[in-house]
Design a protein around this ligand. Structure first.
Ligand SMILES: N[C@@H](CCC(=O)N[C@@H](CS)C(=O)NCC(=O)O)C(=O)O
Length: 300
């Protein structure tokens, strides 16, 4: 079976994740934004991704494709059979498709798709409005309805969680303390250790959400894996980290000792390749170091 589209699209991600949970293999073929093979245009008459092909059966629309996949392979069950749970699952999918993705998509389109893929400047005012006015009550609603189990319906994974999670995009940030060797040389290892522990404390105060994953990646290098709506969200979080770092004073160090860090980040690309994510974030970090440190760069 072939899925046409790009995993930059939340509707494509939802369909891929649903199929993966079912153990159904889908081959992703690039399509959308005016491009793609002739079959894609036949499958999706209005050019929207995803399109789908199973033998000579062509279809479009993530919900329609998911309905088909669910019918040909009912297990594992991802759309509950209990009437109320089933209806709530469909509501959350609808909420994700039409409310969450509409707001997050405005940011993503204007800040990433338009400038990077269409070569046109995005509408930053529309992105800011979506980010500051439209999205917050939507995310508040999600916080309110999310049960303690962390699953939206029946305390287990269903289409509801897959649809809502697909509205976001996975990102990796690599952060590396600047001139750490000089700090160690000057204050000895106990001083260096204090800096490392103060920095990891700042990281946990910056990346607060339950599914933000922060880890020490190497000597003085840290990795943060998180889901975001767009790159601006990362830039804002890291700017917050930089400003806390500027204010950090440690009794073990001289009063004027500045501690800075450099960062590189990458958003998961359309081919969904996780190892490329590390390489791309690492290259961005390398450029940030090379260009003078104390800055955050995005991967190309
Ligand atoms: N309801 C559709 C929405 C599909 C959709 O809007 N896809 C967007 C990408 S996120 C698209 O292809 N837009 C390009 C266009 O409208 O030309 C679904 O669930 O698949």
């Amino acid at each position: 079976m072939i899925l046409y589209g790009s995993s930059l699209s939340p509707f494509v991600r939802k369909t891929l994740a649903f199929a993966a949970e079912k153990g159904i293999e889908l081959e992703l073929q690039p399509a959308g934004m005016g491009g793609g093979p002739p079959e894609f245009k036949l499958a999706s008459p209005f050019g929207k991704m995803p399109g789908f092909k199973d033998g000579d059966f062509l279809l479009c629309d993530s919900t329609a494709i998911i309905t088909y996949l669910d019918a040909i392979q009912p297990e594992p069950n991802l759309i509950p059979t209990d009437p109320k749970a089933r209806a709530r699952t469909i509501w959350y999918e609808e909420f994700a498709d039409t409310i969450l993705i509409a707001a997050a998509g405005t940011m993503f389109f204007n800040r990433i798709v338009s400038p990077k893929f269409l070569g046109k400047p995005g509408d930053e005012a529309a992105a800011v409005k979506a980010e500051t006015e439209t999205l917050p009550p939507i995310l508040d609603y999600l916080e309110q309805v999310l049960p303690a189990s962390g699953w939206l319906v029946e305390d287990r994974i269903t289409l509801a969680d897959i649809a809502v999670a697909s509205g976001q995009i996975l990102a990796l940030i690599l952060l590396d303390l600047d001139n750490f060797k000089a700090i160690n040389d000057r204050y000895g290892h106990p001083g260096g250790d204090k800096v490392l522990s103060a920095f990891s404390d700042l990281l946990s105060r910056t990346f607060l959400r339950a599914d933000d994953f922060v880890a020490r990646y190497g000597g003085e290098e840290f990795a943060v894996l998180l889901s975001v709506n767009d790159a601006a969200q990362i830039e804002r979080l890291v700017e917050g980290l930089f400003s806390r770092l500027r204010e950090l004073r440690l009794p073990q160090l001289d009063k004027n000792q500045m501690i800075t860090c450099s960062g590189g980040y990458a958003l998961l690309q359309s081919n969904g390749d996780g190892s490329a994510l590390v390489e791309r974030a690492d290259r961005a970090l390398y450029r940030a170091k090379r260009d003078g440190r104390n800055r955050l760069y995005a991967a190309d």
